[in-house]
Design a protein around this ligand. Sequence first.
Ligand code: NAP
Length: 449
Amino acid sequence: MPASDDTLADIYAEVLRRNPGETEFHQAVHDMLASLGPVVAKHSKYVDAAVVRRMCEPERQIIFRVPWVDDAGEVQLNRGFRVEFNSALGPYKGGLRFHPSVYLGIVKFLGFEQIFKNALTGMPIGGGKGGSDFDPKGRSDAEVMRFCQAFMTELYRHLGQYTDVPAGDIGVGGREIGYLFGQYKRITNRYESGVLTGKGLSWGGSQVRTEATGYGTVYFTREILDARGDSFDGKRVVVSGSGNVAIYAIEKVHQLGGTVVACSDSSGYVVDEKGIDLDLLKDVKNVRRARIAEYAAARGASAHVSDRGTVWQVPCDVALPCATQNELDGPDATALIEHGCRVVAEGANMPCTPDAVRRFAEAGVVVAPGKAANAGGVATSALEMQQNASRDSWSFEHTEERLAVIMRNIHDRCLETADEYGAPGNYLAGANITGFIQVADAMLALGVI
Ligand code: NAP
């Protein structure tokens, strides 16, 4: 943060003091405050009314015990979280993450990012996030169901279609949303479709929700390329991860004429010079729930697996980090730059470290921040809420067209705002400032609450 921005520096120091040890949350706040100098210089009302300070403090944080019984009859214990961060624009909205690394600092970083991402969509949704340190890997369906039921048995009292509406994230897909919704319905005796998004198509879900984050990231990237008179045609693309976001990013890149030559999971990465075979990848990851090495084994000569280095060593024109936070660091950025990568769009939340972002900026590589590039998921969740409220169900084509338009609008607003605040072409500044102003204005209008 520039030294002259004393007020913002004081606010950041206060965040560090009030939230010790929550390093990912610190990083997310720092990333936002670093963009706000020109905004508070122009509009002192945002600091006068303590808007920025209030924004850095969640409205509510819920931490709860989740006891459940495994298949062997043993009692297991996990910790559940829901951070209801900001409801100035609408009910809290944001996913649930089930992963052993989950603790309060991760949930708060994700919730903080979600506030501004949701604002960027232009939909009436506030920001929140939740999850648990439960690890679904290696658990039977019955165990996952019992965990989800125990988790919702506490969480349900904090939810509601006008209050707080969770969705999926890492480790929470259609199976988990089903078990969570079933338990919510059982406890409340209400078929309240709008209380969760990411539902199955036969019980209140929306077309394109499953695909939306990955598709949206690629649509956003298409806009970046288009603004430079370029396209995906013939581009080599590397995607990290092989979960929900990664799989549908790969699908859309292929539909738009690019070739994804590598993807990964937490055990390593595969390189496939013929282009990732998506049917095989879906079978390995979604049906067999196996490791990425099984893809290479089944694919034959064109593919090989590696557990050395990272997927960012593979040369590409476009990189789409779609796995997790801080997965692409400074040396990874340098490898991508040296191999000629020109565009990085974050399908995951905060996947590039600050060092990587700095190196990309110095090298003139375009970086689209997650809060803009991956906003298609939550935007389509809001479309799901709209359909639930009107008891309607839209076609795949109509919903996908809405998604493409939303991503184009986010892209254009980011660029316009970046221009207005003296940072032309800087998507990070554009996204941070656009999201901030929208939330800040609503907070000012609602008074000190
Ligand atoms: P997912 O389906 O659970 O897939 C996550 C993928 O990332 C898996 O391939 C996983 O590999 C890999 N991964 C997770 N932790 C990792 C680690 N520490 N190191 C290396 N790889 C790791 O989750 P997802 O829904 O695709 O979410 C991926 C990212 O997108 C997250 O940052 C999430 O917050 C963000 N996002 C998701 C949505 C959405 O709609 N789902 C919306 C916006 C943003 P393993 O299977 O080996 O763990």
